[in-house]
Design a protein around this ligand. Sequence first.
Ligand code: FMN
Length: 335
Amino acid sequence: MSTVVIYKSKYGSTEQYAKWIAEELGADLKNADHLKLDDLLPYDTIVYGAGVYVGCIAGIALIADNYEQLKDKKLIVFTVGLTDPADEKKYDDLLTKNFTWTMKDAVPAFHFRGALDYKKIGLGNKLMMKKMKIPEANYVSKEQIQPLLKSLGSSKPANKPENTTTKIYDTPRLTIETRHVHLPNGKDRNYLFVQPVPAVCILPTDETHVYLIKQYRAVINEYILEVPAGGMDNGSETPLECAKRELAEEARLSAKEFVPKGYVYSTPGFCTEKLWLFEARGLAPCEDCARDEDEIIDVVKVPKAEVFAMIDRGEIVDAKTIALLTRSLAKLNSD
Ligand SMILES: Cc1cc2nc3c(=O)[nH]c(=O)nc-3n(C[C@H](O)[C@H](O)[C@H](O)COP(=O)(O)O)c2cc1C
């Protein structure tokens, strides 16, 4: 595992934090000035630290502009400023302003308190800071880096519980458990983990129509419009095999072509369920297909041109169905 700590520092506090972190991790240390994407690519883990000046994280474009190419690496950002890290709202605003929204969900960020020394800053900045009545201060201290080190598994204070798991329900198709989790921001929380087998959704289409199923859902006591979908059999099925089976069982259709449309998570707040999406083309009837006894299903032919109006009117309310229709037909809607 190769790690680099990169810093962007005007007055030295961020550089000091970066040196401490690099020392603790045994990582390379680099000044961000003149670094390019190519300089980052050889590393598995990238820790980027920067001073905050007038609400901007210095040089964050190095990460934000190259996030697509860096997102599969372990990325961590730390910021250094006078703001108190306890002011979570202010920090959240700073990240919203400086991170792309995909980064904000995925990249752990830590804030360390910096310093202000009027002797080090230029006249313009000095006047601005004095006008804002910001006094000189020096909050720089090594212990502030502990949560960041911990998130990389490099520091294990005594008396901290390991991640603990309690099983509540355990079947081949679904497990439910509670877990004690150490979060990347250093905090600890208990979470409920609902873990079904991965599932597949299929949108049968022809030139002009999509085929949805109207299905009775006992849990919500409603008939709703959905795409055919179902869980992958005990991990032995591939998403494509599952797509073929579910299309036959639920819509009584076969298809010449299954076009992958990526995946979505259904409810990532508490459930690990990953839904693989497919569009099915070249449809043919499959009358002798088996159907589960509890499935009460009608196939409904919907014009493609009507789909988004139906979503708008609340006639399609199933989230996976809206996701797959959007992935397949969004282009049609934007034309
Ligand atoms: C002109 C100026 C603007 C600043 N703006 C902010 C700010 O918006 N938020 C903050 O938390 N700290 C702010 N600070 C404090 C710096 O972030 C702090 O001095 C930090 O230690 C700078 O990092 P460095 O020492 O690595 O340059 C500002 C400092 C100066 C001189």
